[in-house]
Design a protein around this ligand. Structure first.
Ligand code: PLP
Length: 434
């Protein structure tokens, strides 16, 4: 597999180069040069198949001709997906795909673990990779845990100071070793700008090999396709296989992966569910794309005002806004409705969901009312409710027990470095790091 840039100014690059760079040299995002549909028999064999088996076949199909051997790729997939991704049925028409059974209890574990292993396998010789990552909360933990102790790598996590939960913060500030955390005086968008600035800085690039682990990295995006197929594999044998996926979205990596899975032949439509940071639903409505500063909400991992993966979505659809509208419906959910949904799903079904998943459930319930009665709805559940217990507990009026893994982390002291919202300051930090 070779990769093109969404800005169209580069010749196709090998996977190893795209992984190392993160962002293409012309400022665009990498996308596969070709995405051939999976063979028809992949879909006939899909029902009831296991996660690793399905994922390995998709990975071989996509990456089979890349600079990784077949056995190595199978190992990378198996190590990445060493936890379950169950589809949990809620009602006749709604199921929840629980993506939160990995080490940091959020879906970002899948992408981060795959990327860390791909980078380890594709780096040359004794090269040291410096991975830069901006996080609004969950990415930092997933990336830090995925790379912790991986030879030849070190990670700088940039996060908006005071704007992530205590549990999230512990997941990337307590590891030490090859992981560093910077508390930035600014918003997530500022962190993202600092990281983009560092990648564009020639001095930094001369002195070290910078790599990205944000959702802009193609290495994180590719494995997110796997679980869309795995969701369909778990539907009841007689269920309608035209699925409406609802993806709670911030930077829109997850939705982009779904749309790429559709290119590989997955029969599906999508809901782009957001909180009040609704640039994309607004675009689908009005045809006008208007990025703006993010606003804080209860589903803070989706507080993104300028979603980076829109470049990929527009690349997939060209200027065909109507085509995009056929595949994707936008829906926005405010905080009050998010809280009401957490409360109602808990009271009615005994199911506890985190605020991001609640955004997805409400959006799906709403949009399903306009769909044929046989359409199956699947919500991607992006985080474990305990990760957002500050939001969930007051809503349901009781404690949400922390899984043991997380409880242990909360006992550990935060080790982070305060950073001004200033590119020069970041540069100095990185140049002094040894
Ligand atoms: C990152 C994240 C999202 C948004 O995912 P994108 O791929 O950036 O759209 C949603 N929910 C949670 C819990 C997240 O951590």
């Amino acid at each position: 597999m070779r990769l093109l840039s969404t800005s169209g100014e580069i010749s196709p690059a090998p996977l190893s180069e795209a992984l190392r760079r993160g962002l293409a040299p012309d400022g665009g995002l990498y996308m596969p040069e070709h995405m051939e549909p999976l063979p028809a028999d992949f879909f006939t064999r899909l029902p009831g198949r296991g996660l690793v088996e399905t994922a390995t076949e998709v990975a071989q199909h996509l990456l089979g001709d890349a600079d990784i051997g077949e056995r190595e790729l199978a190992d990378i997939v198996a190590e990445t997906l060493s936890f379950e991704i169950p589809l949990v049925r809620q009602s006749d028409r709604i199921s929840v795909l629980e993506l939160f059974h990995g080490p940091t209890l959020a879906f970002k574990d899948v992408g981060a673990r795959f990327l860390a292993r791909l980078l380890e396998h594709t780096r040359t010789g004794d090269q040291l990779l410096t991975v830069l990552v901006a996080t609004s909360g969950d990415t930092g933990g997933a990336v830090a845990q995925a790379f912790h102790g991986v030879p030849g790598t070190r990670v700088a996590v940039l996060y908006p100071k005071g704007k992530v939960t205590p549990v999230q913060e512990r997941q990337f500030t307590t590891l030490g070793g090859n992981i560093r955390a910077y508390a930035v005086a600014g918003t997530f968008d500022d962190c993202q700008r600092l990281v983009k600035g560092a990648f564009a800085d020639s001095t930094l690039n001369d002195r070290m090999t910078l790599s990205s682990a944000n959702s802009i990295s193609i290495g994180r995006l590719l494995p997110q396709m796997f679980y869309y197929f795995h969701a369909v594999a778990q539907l009841e044998p007689d269920a309608d296989r035209t699925v409406l996926f609802c993806t709670p979205s911030g930077n829109f990596g997850n939705l982009t992966a779904g749309l790429m899975a559709k290119h590989l032949g997955l029969e599906s439509r999508f809901i782009a569910a957001t909180n009040v940071n609704d640039v994309v639903p607004e675009y689908l409505d009005s045809g006008i794309y208007q990025p703006r500063p993010s606003r804080r909400t209860l589903s803070n991992a989706m507080d993104v005002g300028d979603p980076s993966n829109m470049a990929r979505i527009r690349h997939l659809y060209g200027d065909d806004l109507d085509g995009l509208r056929r595949d994707v419906t936008g829906f926005r959910v405010n905080d009050q409705t998010t809280q009401a949904t957490i409360r109602r799903i808990h009271a009615d079904l005994g199911y506890l969901c985190d605020p991001h998943t609640a955004v997805g459930i409400h959006a799906l319930e709403h949009v399903l009312t306009t769909q044929p009665a046989t359409t199956q709805g699947i919500v991607l559940s992006t985080a474990h409710p305990a990760k957002f217990r500050e939001v969930v507990e007051p809503v349901i009026g009781r404690d949400v027990p922390l899984p043991r893994r997380l409880a242990a982390r909360l006992e550990e002291p935060v080790q982070s470095i305060d950073l001004a919202n200033d590119p020069d300051e970041l540069k100095r930090q990185l140049l002094d790091w040894d």
